[in-house]
Design a protein around this ligand. Sequence first.
Ligand code: HEC
Length: 144
Amino acid sequence: MTQDVQPAGVSVGFIGLHPHRSASSRKQRRTAASWIGMALVLLFAAAWAGNAMSSPEAKAILKAKSCGTCHVIPGVEGAYGKFGPSLKGLRDRARILGGTMKYSTKNMEKWLKNPKALKPDTMMPNTGLSDEEIEILIQFFNAN
Ligand code: HEC
């Protein structure tokens, strides 16, 4: 048995003050694991916050790209267009794009990047979105 008098979570061994301790390397590994766990928690928290915050950003892109001239988009001012289908509840649809495919992040990425690459006879124009804008819009559609 080794005498481990350190309180849990406060590892002096980790910063190398007691390298002679036999439990030190095991402790270091355990401490490293808890650091990784903490980093993951922070990462998920940041992703979640980013998701919640992307909404105004997404709405700004939808407005700037005039998506609303062709689509009804709930929550986006002036988006009452009837040329294309309503974008309400997109993620809950069994199929999108005239029943030709499933709603998925991958299909949405392809569609928003270049509609004609996915459906050559479509009436939706290429709106010239950047990869970053596409990511923000997909987060918005995934959440709305
Ligand atoms: C000029 C009109 C027009 C504009 C502008 C336009 N779209 Fe479309 N959009 C369409 C049409 C038409 C369809 C139906 C396409 C089809 O099935 O071939 C469509 C389909 C879609 C779909 C699939 C919806 C479904 O139910 O199948 C999404 C998602 C979409 N558009 C998003 C956007 C976004 C985001 C923008 C702005 C960046 C945008 N559209 C701008 C005309 C437009």
